[in-house]
Design a binder for this molecule. Structure first.
Ligand SMILES: [Zn+2]
Length: 331
């Protein structure tokens, strides 16, 4: 595995300094597995931006995901799919999305509490949500839909239209393109190198400045080439969410909780999360179930711009080694 980086230099005449020439360093990091590129320029952190503030507290009058409305206002699965209409696990409830993007596209309101600050989520709440989505994925297996994807858009900067914290769970015949490509690349690597990229990665990174910590069944790392701000990956030991034991499920939930608290202390209020998990009994020699979490903008400026949307690369402002240091304190 080669951790490759290129360096580029930008020369500008800086109006803040009488148009004197200024040099900007850009570090281009290449993901050792996928070839994805992250462009890091730490001076971008000093761009003017809106001040951070706590998300407004208190539920709006008619939040459909709050306990007093959820029964009345959220859809149910047809009885031939889910006899009870909705699936529950602890305080979490999963129900179909009214505005789906796939045949089975569900919403999991993972806590009855209408709370928004990411440092306030507990391991118990995250665990309820993960377990609830897993129940749907297991039902999907019985419907002949073996692939699944679990994600989270938290707050509008991350693409959420409703504020009440909720996961999204998709159950599909074939994996979504992003995960499918990662599964495939991992398999190609395993065939070529004779070992699992992910177990090699967690070993290699164990002593590095990007190592954050461990929870039962998961290793938490800042990726070499992040795909978004303050990205953290939690890498498991098995290939599928569906084969994790109770301790590993809790290890996944507690790791996410710690990462959220760490992100909050870095000033992040809005996050995206994606869980990459293979169908049961697939990819054991080549893939590890993994969760990826990134911070999204807190002000009015989007972090997805021409480079990300049309250039196919990502621009970030903080070295993974830097934020890994402060994240480590949470583990
Ligand atoms: Zn609510």
């Amino acid at each position: 595995m080669k951790l490759k980086r290129l360096r580029e230099q930008a020369r500008v005449l800086d109006p803040r300094n009488g148009f004197a020439q200024a040099l900007s360093e850009v570090e281009v990091r290449i993901d050792p597995l996928t070839g994805a590129r992250a462009r890091i320029n730490i001076s971008r952190t000093s761009r003017p931006k809106q001040a951070l503030k706590r998300a407004e507290e208190g539920a709006p009058q008619k939040c459909p995901f709050c306990p007093e409305n959820i029964e009345r206002e959220t859809p149910k699965f047809p009885p031939d799919l889910v006899p009870e209409g909705r699936i529950r696990s602890g305080g979490a409830t999963i129900f179909p999305n009214l505005f789906p993007l796939s045949g089975v596209h569900a919403i999991c309101a993972f806590t009855p509490a209408h709370k928004l600050d990411i440092d306030s989520f507990t391991t118990e709440e995250l665990l309820d949500g993960l377990a609830c989505c897993r129940k749907l994925f297991e039902a999907g297996e019985m419907w002949g839909l073996r692939s699944h994807f679990l994600g989270w858009n938290h707050l509008p900067p991350a693409g959420a239209s409703l504020l009440h914290p909720h996961f999204q769970a998709l159950v599909t015949e074939k994996a979504l393109l992003g995960p499918a490509s990662l599964f495939e690349t991992s398999e190609t690597y395993a065939r070529r190198e004779g070992m699992c990229y992910w177990s090699e990665l967690t070993e290699v990174e164990m002593g590095s400045a990007r190592f954050i910590g461990e929870t039962p069944g998961f290793t938490w790392l800042a990726p070499w080439a992040p795909m978004g701000a303050y990205e953290v990956n939690g890498i498991g030991r098995k290939s599928s969410l569906l084969t994790l034991n109770a301790e590993e499920m809790r290890g996944l939930a507690s790791g996410i909780t710690k990462v959220l608290a760490g992100l909050w202390s870095l000033g992040v209020t809005s996050v995206n999360m994606g869980l990459y998990s293979m169908p049961r009994d697939e990819g054991e020699g080549s893939f590890r179930v993994q969760v990826r979490i990134m911070g999204r903008p807190s002000g009015a400026i989007s972090d997805r711009a021409l480079l990300e949307l049309y250039g196919g690369e990502v621009g970030v402002t903080t070295l993974p080694e830097e934020y890994a240091k402060s994240m480590k304190e949470r583990f």
